[in-house]
Design a protein around this ligand. Structure first.
Ligand SMILES: Cc1ncc(COP(=O)(O)O)c(C=O)c1O
Length: 458
């Protein structure tokens, strides 16, 4: 990289630490700078436009130029730019948003606790679960189960639940008392000749064995994303969640559904709880809650959790938890407007109309020589990159083939994300049929380019 010392790239390298980046490589590669957005497109600092096939981080559901969200933020900024919810204080946007969320949420969830990120939502869910078990006189029931390839965030506790090596290695995580059940990817983990039904039974038996080994009386909760996103877009096999929920219920283990990616339409229903028949005790949402225009997340809890919170705060004298920005009025106003837009524009109906086209183009790529599996649901999907379709063997990691595909597709004008051996696709929910064509045409060209060997060395 030859850049002037006052260039954007040089200033970035001199000053910024980038999340989820090879920090050493960044010193020479420099940043990919995005300057503006419009609809499903973003534009870099050279004026080149890209279709944002990842909606940022699975999150910018309404694209990058929704004027109503901007207006909602400006209105609230002018009226009351900041207040808080501590010590009985309140304000309309937080109340309105909580009411709206509860009106949309799966049955049984009856109160809302706001936070600012998906990680914080999961983190505070853990605290509520511990609080709950102390309140009901079961203080020994505190262990937590996440899953291999699960992603729940990066705070100390939520990163512990996350089941990805990069989030643990040399961070001295996971913390004690956190365990990881199997990842339910039939493609990756089925044994030779094993049917999907037998695979689900094995997943269930392994979960049951983990619970028995640790002691059911010591296990508080099981956290799961309906579709594992950052783990590679792992769609659950048929019947998996029925079996899991039956086991959790039998052992009185709380079920926490992490809808941070799937919430607000992604899978073709407002919540993936509906898509997969999930009955959560707690549910976490973020990302599309505000279309990602401002940070906000929420933990929704059932009456039984809330009753325990009442009892504990009566005993202790307060509920000793909350962030300066819990339910921030500007974030809440933007989120409320996002939910209103979802309803008025029937975003779920739009996802249902686009999904067959999206999934058909995705699945057609399973025939590509580099692709072992195409998987997805609604407007989320992934392609598994393989060296050998029959054995499912992946390329030597040092070759960086998924990253080369990501680079090639970006050159073709579409932003996608390489995750392990997969290429993930998760566009804004407002994507049109014409944009789906543009996205998959670019992906096809990028795959062909890499196959032709032009970019295997990238
Ligand atoms: C399912 C899931 N949970 C939690 C998180 C963490 O959210 P945040 O990055 O806002 O802390 C993410 C982020 O991608 C996620 O995908």
């Amino acid at each position: 990289m030859t850049e002037l010392p006052n260039s954007t790239a040089a200033r970035d390298i001199a000053s910024l630490i980038h999340p989820y980046t090879n920090l050493d490589r960044h010193q020479t590669s420099g940043p990919f700078v995005i300057r503006r957005g419009e609809g499903c497109y973003v534009e870099d600092d050279n004026g080149k436009r890209y279709l944002e096939g990842m909606a940022g981080l699975w999150s910018a559901s309404l694209g990058f130029s929704e004027p109503r969200l901007v207006a909602a933020a400006a209105r609230q900024m002018q009226q009351l730019p900041y207040s808080h919810l501590f010590n009985h204080r309140s304000f309309d946007p937080a109340i309105d948003l909580a009411e709206k969320l509860l009106g949309l949420a799966p049955a049984g969830l009856s109160k809302v606790l706001f936070a600012n990120s998906g990680s914080e939502a999961n983190d505070q869910a853990i605290k509520l679960i511990w609080y709950y078990h102390n309140a009901i006189g079961r203080p020994e029931k505190k262990k937590l189960i996440g899953r291999v390839r699960g992603y729940h965030g990066v705070t100390v506790a939520s990163a512990s639940l996350t089941g990805l090596p990069a989030n643990h290695t040399d961070f001295d995580l996971p913390i004690a008392g956190v365990f990881h059940a199997d990842c339910p990817s039939y493609y990756h983990y089925a044994e030779p000749g094993e049917t999907e039904a037998a695979f689900v039974e094995r997943m269930a038996a392994n979960l049951e064995a983990l619970i028995e080994r640790e002691g059911p009386d010591t296990i508080a909760a099981f956290f799961a994303e309906p579709v594992q996103g950052a783990g590679g877009v792992i769609v659950p096999p048929r019947g998996y969640f029925e079996r899991v929920q039956e086991i959790l219920k039998r052992h009185e283990i709380l079920f926490v559904v992490d809808e941070v990616i799937t919430g607000f339409g992604r899978t073709g229903n407002l919540f993936a709880c509906e898509t997969y028949g999930l009955k959560p005790d707690l549910m976490n949402v973020a990302k599309a809650l505000s279309a990602s225009y401002l940070p906000i997340s929420a933990t929704l809890v059932s009456d039984k959790i809330h009753d325990a919170m009442l009892a504990e705060s009566r005993k202790i004298g307060t509920f000793g938890h909350g962030f300066t920005y819990s339910g921030h009025p500007v974030s809440a106003a933007v989120a409320l407007e996002a939910l209103t837009i979802y309803e008025e524009r029937d975003i779920v109906g739009h996802v249902r109309r686009m999904a067959p086209h999206f999934q058909a183009r995705l699945r057609a790529l399973a025939d590509h020589p580099l692709i072992g599996e195409a998987r997805g649901v609604g407007l989320i999907g992934a392609l598994e990159v393989v060296r050998d379709k029959a054995t499912k063997a992946s390329f030597d990691a040092a070759l960086g083939v998924p990253a080369a595909i990501q680079t090639a597709v970006i050159e073709e004008g579409v932003i996608l994300r390489a995750i392990r051996d997969a290429v993930a696709i998760c566009p804004p929910l407002i994507i049109t049929d014409a944009e789906i064509e543009i996205l998959f045409d670019a992906l096809q060209r990028g795959l062909d380019k890499v196959l032709a060997g032009q970019r295997i060395d990238a």
